[in-house]
Design a protein around this ligand. Structure first.
Ligand code: GLN
Length: 455
């Protein structure tokens, strides 16, 4: 109970960061009371009392869900996402719904219909995105753990901007049931926390087979929290890609921090080799072609008929669709729907969408080939640390470049984590990214923990 109260008071004090779109104060306190009783009786679940915030793309029964968008004004979830239900079943306490870029489209949280989220370290800077509210709430002490979503980096990049740990598991490890879709073949629920143990524990609770999502893996869920604590002194083989470290877009202090970490790893007896990955320049375009194509299809359901916002200015069905969608969606979402519709259109389908699908297969195959030889790929999470609000507002392509290093894991479908790795000269946190082969989360968490503790 006291823990929940403490978090609620930070939420109140730090309202100006704009991390939460809804705070479930009374319910959280009431649940805390119930969980306290269970703890006393010895019947509490594995997450008893853990205070968790959820991104506004995850359904929570009888609570509003807006995806950071005006188009879902007034919408109330009729069911809970599988991941959210599993948290509740283990006695976690859900404290509120967190601000995000509209439908997860963005890298700075400036595309939310409810205003940007500010970084607690420097409120003139962005939180990162699209799970910006989820990252800042952990950073500022408004909750202990957040569930975000990661389609192209949206858990790892804000975690790196806020000095936190952010895990995107293997695609299909966690059910997507109740996650409002952006790009279904990339979308993944992810976990943000300050502590590696929380990440392992929450992952083992929410991962695994689910009758409501036919794409979720039926593979058994290991006890990540235990496995990540076994054999901590293992020596690994790590690859880093030359063109990520030598990339012109990379902030020099991030390059220095990564190179220093590589030296430390070698000194500890790990094998670290530079490799070439010639497909790297195609990763970001492949992502943006496929993600916008899927978004244009997924977002067709917001038509003013079924749910959410409906324009008042209508006289027939066509104007109902047009006006509702023009007034309800923000600029970036409209841009992506147009781009996605274009790449799927009959005359351009083969040149863009079909080609990008082929390139995706090549990228995945080449990444898998690297894992035949190496345990991990190491790279920066993002090319820069947290930038100033408004810095990329006039240039969508420069904003897309913020995802340069994070989209690779989503294109390939493999798990990846961002962990803190020093600070730049302004004191802003730097994120180091580790990528592993499919379903190697235990090993990934175990190694990340080693790297975090390395001096
Ligand atoms: N920034 C990327 C995009 O805008 C990734 C977003 C995400 O992971 N949800 O598409």
């Amino acid at each position: 109970m006291r823990i929940v109260q403490a978090h609620l008071s930070v939420i109140e004090q730090k309202k100006e960061l704009n991390a939460f779109l809804g705070v479930y104060q009374d319910q959280a306190l009431q649940r805390a009371n119930e969980v306290d009783k269970k703890i006393n009786k010895g019947t509490a679940g594995r997450l008893a009392g853990l205070v968790i915030g959820i991104k506004d793309l995850l359904c929570y029964k009888d609570h509003p869900l807006q995806g950071g968008s005006k188009i879902l004004d007034g919408f109330i979830s009729q069911y809970s996402a599988t991941a959210v239900q599993r948290l509740l079943d283990e006695d976690a306490i859900i404290i509120g719904r967190q601000n995000c870029d509209e439908f997860g489209m963005g890298s700075s949280n400036e595309n939310s219909a409810f205003g940007p989220v500010r970084n607690d370290l420097d409120p003139s800077r962005v939180s990162g995105g699209s799970s910006g509210g989820s990252a800042v709430s952990v950073q500022a002490g408004m909750c202990q753990v957040s569930l975000g979503t990661d389609t192209g980096g949206s858990v790892r990049q804000p975690a790196s901007f806020c000095g936190l740990i952010g895990l995107k598991p293997t695609y299909s490890r966690i059910s997507r049931y109740g996650l409002a879709a952006y790009a279904s073949s990339f979308d993944c629920i992810g976990i943000i926390s300050k502590h590696m143990d929380d990440i392992g524990l929450v992952l083992e609770v929410i991962a695994g087979a689910d009758e409501f999502d036919s794409t979720v893996s039926r593979r058994e869920v290991p006890s990540y929290s235990k496995e990540m604590r076994s054999a901590t002194e293992r020596k690994f083989k790590i690859a880093y890609m030359n063109d990520t470290i030598e990339n012109n877009a990379l902030q020099p202090e991030i390059k220095d921090a990564i190179l220093e970490k590589i030296q430390q790893l070698k000194a500890k007896g790990h094998t670290v080799n530079a490799i070439d990955f010639p497909l790297n320049e195609y990763v970001l375009p492949t992502y943006y072609i496929l993600a916008t194509a899927e978004a244009s299809s997924n977002l067709s359901r917001y038509d003013g008929v079924r749910y959410g916002y409906r324009s008042k200015n209508i006289n027939d069905v066509t104007s109902l669709y047009k006006k509702t969608r023009s007034e309800g969606f923000g600029k970036e979402v409209q841009r992506r729907i147009l781009l996605g519709t274009f790449v799927l259109s009959a005359s351009y389908y083969d040149a863009y969408y079909a080609k990008a699908q082929q390139v995706r297969t090549l990228i995945r195959n080449q990444i898998k080939a690297i894992f035949k030889e190496y345990d991990f790929i190491l790279m920066p999470t993002a090319p820069t640390t947290a930038f100033k609000l408004g810095r990329h507002s006039d240039n969508p392509v420069s904003m897309y470049l913020a995802d340069l290093f994070s989209v690779q894991a989503n294109v390939a479908g493999v798990p990846a984590i961002s962990i803190p790795c020093g600070k730049d000269e302004l004191g802003l946190p730097i994120g180091l990214q580790l990528v592993a082969d499919d379903f190697e989360e235990s090993k990934l968490l175990q190694f990340s923990d080693q790297v975090l503790k390395m001096k």
